[in-house]
Design a protein around this ligand. Structure first.
Ligand code: ATP
Ligand code: LTN
Length: 336
């Protein structure tokens, strides 16, 4: 298929910490595979991360590391548009315009807003509230067809579609309406400490998540401690949240089906199973850690990649932004 006829993919990840196994299985791993078939754009969405208070020094380092992590996981910057959101000013500009086409009531219904305002009750800022308008801008600037995300982002994506449709109804066909692309297995990897909660990189309990840079012995130890149930059988069944989560993780890193996993561990108990999951994950993530270390030793290369990425992203997204500005009636800017 020629580059022109390929569908367009966009997705983003916040530099709020080292990616977890949940980010990897639910999102980034699929982004790598999709590069072969689609025109892809992937962004470190640092402006979204500002909705939660960040330490400036640490945040700058985390953003750089997150960019390196994308490459370490297998995103190829020569193939995919790979950039840092705040380097491309069109995102903030379109976000403002779209916020004028987004209703207060719609934003109030967002579960991520409700969860994060409960978690950060001392800082329920307006950015946290309008977060989905910036996400819609990210997506719509690139004429995106598909957005590969974990299940938690489905509601935000539906809102992006509603905003785009509303805008198109008023002004004609300006935006492509994006579709979610949510994996069948692994769309919601659960916390190892509380398997009813999603695994999250900003969890205060480090044993709740696997960071993709954790050392093999740490990974195995965290899996050995994972909360399961008082049963003994490794079977995928309703109510066995902990075991279901471990089976999902094992299946995605080994390619084995749930039936195969049940047979493999029949009569063996949880201890053997947890160790096997830990070892399989550690093996799978080994190369990512090595790539990351190599990349972080070559800051000049990283800088070259994100600079080129931002230049190309700005060029592409400006075309959409200019069209939007014209449609809503803003006077053309002749400042060069
Ligand atoms: P934070 O804890 O700072 O809110 P996060 O870990 O939820 O961050 P994001 O940067 O918000 O991560 O999400 C990046 C991508 O990873 C999104 O596509 C999201 O749907 C996906 N994702 C996040 N957590 C999980 C999870 N536990 N299982 C599957 N996918 C996930
Ligand atoms: N909201 C997402 C991150 C994000 C995103 C995007 C995902 C920002 N912009 C555009 C897909 C497309 C999150 O919290 N995981």
């Amino acid at each position: 298929m020629s580059e022109q006829t390929k569908k367009i993919i966009f997705s983003g990840i916040q530099p709020t910490g080292v990616f977890t196994l949940g980010n990897y299985i639910g999102a980034v791993r699929n982004w790598v595979t999709l590069q072969e078939e689609y025109n892809c754009a992937y962004s470190i969405v640092d402006m979204h991360a500002l909705t939660v208070r960040q330490d400036p020094q640490k945040f700058r380092q985390q953003s750089l590391e997150s960019f390196a992590l994308l490459l370490a996981c297998g995103i190829n910057p020569d193939k995919s548009l790979t950039f840092i959101q705040s380097h491309v000013r069109t995102h903030a500009e379109l976000s403002w315009i779209l916020s004028c086409y987004t209703q207060f009531g719609e934003l109030s219904r967002m579960t991520q807003f409700k969860d994060k305002s409960a978690k950060h009750a001392d800082n329920v800022n307006v950015g946290l509230f309008t977060y989905p308008a910036l996400m819609a801008a990210d997506i719509l600037l690139y004429k995106t067809d598909l957005v590969p995300v974990g299940a938690d982002q489905k509601q935000h994506l539906e809102l992006s579609r509603d905003i785009a449709t509303r805008f198109n109804n008023l002004y004609g066909n300006v935006f492509t309406i994006p579709e979610p692309y949510i994996p069948k297995i692994g769309a919601k990897v659960m916390s190892l400490a509380d398997p009813t909660k999603k695994m999250s990189k900003s969890d205060d309990n480090v044993n709740a998540f696997i960071s993709i840079l954790d050392k093999p012995e740490v990974i195995v130890k965290k899996f050995k401690r994972a909360v399961t149930d008082s049963d003994m059988e490794v079977v995928y069944r309703e109510g066995k949240d902990g075991i279901n989560n471990l089976m999902t993780i094992y299946s995605t890193v080994t390619g084995k089906s749930f039936d195969e996993i049940e047979n493999e561990f029949s009569g063996k108990g949880y201890g053997v199973f947890k160790t096997a999951v830990g070892e399989a994950v550690a093996d799978h993530l080994g190369p990512v850690r090595e790539n990351f270390e190599r990349l972080m030793n070559d800051k000049a290369y990283l800088q070259e990649c994100y600079t080129k990425g931002a230049q190309k992203a700005l060029q592409f997204s400006t075309r959409t932004l200019d069209k939007v500005k014209h449609k809503v009636g803003l006077v053309k800017n002749e400042v060069k």
